[in-house]
Ligand binder design. Structure first.
Ligand SMILES: [Zn+2]
Length: 234
C-alpha cells in the first residue's frame, strides 16, 4: 500500500533495501537472498535503521548466506508434493524430466556449479517447475477447502512470494506463494484455510481464531507454530 523503497550498498553488509511503510509499528529486519530488508515506520529516521543494522547486521548476513542453498549434484528437494534432484549426464545439454513423482534435472558432468550465472539459471529452472506445480495443485485444493468450509473467495493469484505464504484482501481475493508446495500437506491446508477465514474475518481477532480452530479440528495454533520452521525459498 503506502510503502516506499530505497536501496544502497553497505560496505560491510552488502545490498540493503529500506522500505518505509505507514503500517509498520516497529523496525523489522529480514535477511533475503538478494539483500537485507529493513522495514521502517514512517516516523523513524534513517539513523535508527543504521543503528539496527549495526546491531543485527552480522547475524542477518550469516542468515543470508544460509538462505541461498548452493545447487549441485548433492542438491535435492524432498517435499511430499514436490520432489526434485539433479543427475549427471555424460554429455549433451541440461534438461528436466519427470520420473514418477520426481523431477530430475539432468546436468552435464562438467557443469561449473560455482559459476554464479549457472546458479541463477538452475534456481530459475527449479522455480519454474515449482510454479508450474503450484499452478496445478493450489487452485483445485483451495476450491475444495472453500467448498467444504462454505467460505467463498474472489480471485486467486499464485506468486513467487518470499515474504508471505498467503494473503487475502478485503474483496476476498487470495494470493498464495509457490513455496507452499514445499510444505507438508497439512501445513498447506492450514495456510489455505487461514486465508479462507480472512474472507469472513479480516483481522486476527478472537472470532478469526475460533473459526480457524473449528476448521482445523483445534489444531490451528499448533500448525501455525510448525509453519514457522519452514522457509519461503527453494
Ligand atoms: Zn492472517
Amino acid at each position: 500500500m503506502s510503502a516506499k523503497k530505497s536501496s544502497f550498498n553497505h560496505p560491510k553488509f552488502g545490498q540493503i533495501v529500506i522500505v518505509r511503510n505507514a503500517r509498520a509499528r516497529r523496525i523489522i529486519l529480514r535477511a533475503r537472498p538478494d539483500a537485507i530488508y529493513i522495514t521502517l515506520p514512517i516516523a523513524a529516521g534513517r539513523q535508527q535503521a543504521m543503528d539496527a543494522l549495526q546491531k543485527y547486521g552480522e547475524k542477518l548476513q550469516q542468515q543470508r548466506t544460509n538462505i541461498t542453498r548452493h545447487i549441485d549434484f548433492n542438491y535435492s528437494i524432498d517435499a511430499p508434493l514436490f520432489k526434485l534432484r539433479l543427475k549427471a549426464i555424460e554429455s549433451g545439454r541440461f534438461y528436466m524430466k519427470r520420473e514418477g513423482e520426481e523431477f530430475i534435472l539432468l546436468c552435464p558432468t562438467e557443469t561449473d556449479f560455482y559459476d554464479s550465472s549457472r546458479q541463477q539459471w538452475l534456481q530459475k529452472s527449479i522455480k519454474n517447475r515449482l510454479r508450474a506445480c503450484a499452478g496445478e495443485y493450489l487452485p483445485a485444493r483451495l476450491q475444495r477447502l472453500s467448498a467444504d468450509s462454505q467460505l467463498k473467495f474472489g480471485k486467486l493469484s499464485i506468486r513467487d512470494s518470499h515474504s508471505r505464504w498467503g494473503s487475502c484482501n478485503s474483496r476476498g481475493d487470495i494470493s498464495l506463494s509457490i513455496y507452499l508446495m514445499l510444505l507438508p500437506q497439512e501445513l498447506i491446508d492450514y495456510v489455505l484455510l487461514h486465508e479462507l477465514c480472512h474472507t469472513k474475518e479480516m483481522n486476527h481477532g478472537e472470532r478469526f481464531w475460533q473459526l480457524l480452530e473449528k476448521l482445523t479440528n483445534g489444531q490451528a495454533k499448533e500448525l501455525r507454530s510448525r509453519l514457522k520452521g519452514y522457509r519461503t525459498d527453494i
